[in-house]
Design a protein around this ligand. Structure first.
Ligand SMILES: [Zn+2]
Length: 247
């Protein structure tokens, strides 16, 4: 095998590996989305209990704030009752105190009712919080694993691309730009062997005369007339050593 052809075979194999790694890389967002969907499903289950519980808690807080105002007004009007000089003023102040007391009693009842409802929900809430926490931890673990894998893939692709470009340099000054144009145009892998007379990129048979020219080029820059990818003749399989044939 000529040194040129050996170089092309290396570039072609490396470019084909880049293509495979890119396929895996492209599936990563889908895998993250799938993991996230499970987490979101668990969040919905949690919210079925957490939202009503929180709503009750908010209503309790509101009532406690109103009770505080009611108690303040009781103190205020009781003090006023001691200072009034007429029966009419006394009755008016008394009425305010009674109303504030009734309001206080009603709000206390409403709070109690909500506390009881909350207590009923508490075991389910605890259970769902626990499950949600587990699913969340699993998701975070999976996401971290996927992110690491993505970084490894990107690093390997960058390294392999460097090797491809190094090999392409030997085809001439514009080979790298030509290759990059192919990749940008969606023609990855951009360097492919011709196997049994057909381009491995587009699967089209090369006309016999073109095929003969490809063989004559023997690893020098040659492009497929159909898909314009850089092509080289698939090197012949070397005969395996006699002792390897047994294994
Ligand atoms: Zn082709």
């Amino acid at each position: 095998m000529s040194a040129e052809l050996e170089n092309m075979a290396f570039v072609g194999d490396t470019d084909s590996r880049i293509f495979e790694l890119n396929l895996i890389l492209r599936k990563i967002p889908t895998r993250v989305a799938e993991a996230r969907r499970q987490l979101e499903a668990e969040e919905s289950l949690l919210n079925e209990v957490l939202l009503p519980w929180t709503q009750m808690e908010d209503e309790i807080q509101e009532r406690e704030a109103t009770i505080k105002i009611a108690l303040e007004s009781i103190v205020k009007f009781e003090a006023h009752m001691k200072k009034v000089t007429t029966q009419k003023e006394y009755i008016a102040a008394r009425k305010q105190v009674d109303e504030a007391r009734r309001l206080n009693t009603r709000l206390q009842d409403e709070i109690l009712e909500r506390r009881l409802n909350q207590e009923e929900l508490t075991p389910r809430l605890k259970e769902r919080r626990k499950t949600h926490q587990n699913v969340l931890e699993t998701f975070q673990g999976e996401k971290a694993g996927i992110t690491d894998e993505q970084a490894r893939l990107e690093k390997e692709i960058a390294e392999l691309t460097g090797k491809v470009e190094e090999g392409l340099k030997q085809l001439g000054p514009s080979a790298i730009q030509y290759y990059q144009k192919l990749i940008r145009g969606g023609k990855s892998p951009g360097v492919v062997p011709v196997i049994a007379g057909s381009c491995n990129g587009c699967n089209m048979a090369l006309p016999p005369q073109v095929y003969n020219l490809l063989l004559a080029a023997n690893g020098k820059l040659f492009t497929c007339p159909t898909c314009n990818r850089i092509t080289y003749p698939q090197p012949q399989e070397e005969a395996p050593p006699a002792d390897a044939a047994a294994g």
